[in-house]
Design a binder for this molecule. Sequence first.
Ligand code: NAD
Length: 328
Amino acid sequence: MESVIVTGGAGFIGSHLVKSIKEKYPNCVVHVVDSLTYAGNEKNLEGVEHELHKIDIRFSKDLEPLKNLKIDGIFHLAAESHVDRSIENPHIFLETNVIGTVNMLDLGMKYFSEFNPNFKFYHISTDEVFGSLDFNETKFSEETPYDPKSPYSASKASSDHFVRAYNHTYGLPIVISNCSNNYGTHQYPEKMIPVIINSIKNNKPIPIYGTGENVRDWLHVKDHAEAIIEIFENGIIGETYCIGGDCELNNLQLVFSICDLCDEYLGKDIKESRKLISFVTDRKGHDLRYAINTEKIKKDLGWKPKRTIKEGLKETIQWYMDPKNLDE
Ligand code: NAD
């Protein structure tokens, strides 16, 4: 890895990926392509060497200045990523997640066909493309048929199809991974875990959708970044890999854990923060359960998550509790 593009590199997962790439390959030039929407912030890359290209991937013309770079791979993460926003305004999800991805694929084709036959396009996707599971259903795997339910997951599913189509039709070397919910530092505070921690920090009600029974699998963002690098280096071209934390929790279990760890951190009486929990009207079309089978990446690439949820949450709580970090 000498020179790569990370789209969405100043967002949550993208900024951790840039850091992990630079830790492993200090000489690699990392071009961050990001329009810095509300969700992106160059402060996420403070102290990390990178070249920022403030570009909106929805517009192919805006990508012109990148065409003559010599690039080994594109890690494509730029996306609109919040399900609630996709319910309010699906159109921007179509524009960024689908049209933006096709624009990036065109750029990838240029690198592949004109400069570098070893070029790879890595598309970072979500387990939400597989739809929703009942409590007793088998976990998602690479073979699960697509069945997206929200405008966000529909846009990600569509982008996955385009990426595979560029591989099949034009021979573009691609890999895709579908990952479960990530958590960690530097996540925009509208997402569930920062919302819980910031509510406790500010002594405000902790909003929980419906009855809190919805189940998600949680993975520390650094474990995700390390899996991405492993797949980029050793994954088979054209293949898909499911990534997850082997950590299924319902929302109520998760919020209880965070409350209790915050009480410990703040020196409060145990179970004090649980009193802030407030059940709110459920999200429209809320997927019941996501769970992911990670056998393939473990068996083929030897990757497995390293961080436990308890240590990952403690680190995350400490970061959000720091007054200098964003809380709204
Ligand atoms: P994020 O919202 O924190 O970051 C997205 C980044 O993309 C931001 O920096 C934003 O400025 C940039 N961006 C958005 N629209 C853009 C545009 N039109 N042009 C250029 N840049 C644009 O998202 P995240 O949570 O870091 O997710 C990154 C990727 O990983 C997404 O593709 C998402 O679908 C996928 N993913 C996320 C999770 C998760 O739990 N967060 C899980 C699985 C997969």
